[in-house]
Design a protein around this ligand. Structure first.
Ligand SMILES: Cc1ncc(C[n+]2csc(CCOP(=O)(O)OP(=O)(O)O)c2C)c(N)n1
Length: 323
């Protein structure tokens, strides 16, 4: 098994950057300067834990709550903000917003806003990986597919995992079980406590992990990825986590049980990791202040970059289209 250690302080900084990115976007949206988005506040740990366990050859498909996955992969927050603001220097020239973003240079194949679309499309990407990973062609790498518990209630979840199992496709399915499916609690759409139990029936191995602990997620993802590389078979990792903000911005979460929200706020992945590292003597107050300053400076520079980026010209209307 080839598990690289994940530096916990670096993991904390990456999670803080993701949180700061989302908060910047919320602020820009509140001031009418950016479109509303589905933020990943509270779900930073699966993004950092899983993506840190991937290598540069691996590909990622994600869903509408994708900012954490992109930033964990090293995306430039300035280009991401520019994209959401519809600017020319965005990853897709300002044409995708946050919901359809892709970045070939980062191995981010696509963001699907069709719930569960990423599951079906990962099957094709996984198949292409298998076909291209031949002597001579030699394009190694696995596929990581992020999706929500809501997507898992759709038929294409079973269809996709079944085909991946039968065709032995190298796909790591990552369910971010954040307890909510837009405005519907998961307990209203499934009787089971989670979705991992369904995998065995399809012949797919699975594991459930504390999705608010990036180090636990990293370990579980590393073991799963190692197995996928050895066997070529798919694996389902279910990260139990929570969406700390509304489904999209703005959303006052009036439909959320206050005790449930308080329970999960206490388990905020950033506060928990920070407290743990401080307790263990691995993080000082000065080090936290330095991280906060770096993150703030990064987001200030990102906002300035996105602000300065021009809107696409009229000629962009006819580029990136088939006909
Ligand atoms: C096929 C489809 N049905 C419905 C929607 C509307 N919709 C957007 S996000 C969402 C909830 C998805 O829940 P989940 O998969 O758990 O992801 P989460 O939003 O919790 O991250 C719904 C119903 C959609 N975009 N696509």
């Amino acid at each position: 098994m080839t598990i690289r250690p994940l530096d916990p302080v670096q993991a904390l900084e990456r999670m803080m950057l993701i949180r700061a990115y989302e908060e910047t976007l919320i602020d820009l949206h509140g001031r009418g300067r950016a479109a509303g988005t589905c933020t990943s506040v509270g779900q930073e740990a699966p993004a950092v834990g899983v993506v840190s366990a991937l290598t540069a050859d691996d590909l990622i498909l994600t869903n509408h709550r994708s900012a954490g996955h992109l930033l964990a992969r090293g995306a430039d927050p300035g280009r991401m903000l520019a994209e959401v603001m519809g600017k020319q220097d965005g990853y897709c020239g300002g044409k995708s917003g946050s919901l359809h973003i892709s970045a070939k240079e980062l191995g981010i194949v696509l963001t699907s806003t069709i719930v569960g679309g990423e599951l079906a499309l990962a099957t094709g990407v996984g198949l292409s990986r298998t076909m291209l990973n031949q002597p001579g062609l030699n394009k190694p790498g696995i596929v990581a597919c992020f999706f929500g518990d809501g997507a898992a209630t759709e038929g294409r979840f079973q269809e996709s995992l079944n085909l991946a199992a039968v065709w032995k496709l190298p796909i790591l399915y990552v369910c971010e079980n954040n307890q909510w499916q837009a405005f519907v609690h998961r307990k209203e759409t499934m009787l089971a406590d989670g979705i991992a139990g369904q995998a065995a029936a399809l012949g797919v191995e699975s594991a459930v992990v504390d999705g608010n602990d990036p180090l636990a997620v990293f370990d579980a993802a590393s073991a799963a990825i190692d197995g996928i590389r050895r066997t070529g078979k798919p694996f389902l990792l279910e990260a139990m986590t929570y969406r700390l903000r509304g489904h999209f911005e703005p959303d006052d979460q009036g439909y959320v049980d206050k005790a449930e929200l308080a329970h999960w706020r206490d388990r905020d992945p950033i506060l928990c990791l920070r407290a743990r590292l401080e307790r263990e003597g691995r993080l000082t107050a000065d080090a936290v202040a330095a991280i906060e300053a770096r993150v703030r400076a990064t987001m200030e520079a990102a906002t300035a970059f996105a602000d300065a980026s021009p809107y696409p010209g009229l000629d962009a209307l006819t580029t990136d289209v088939y006909a």
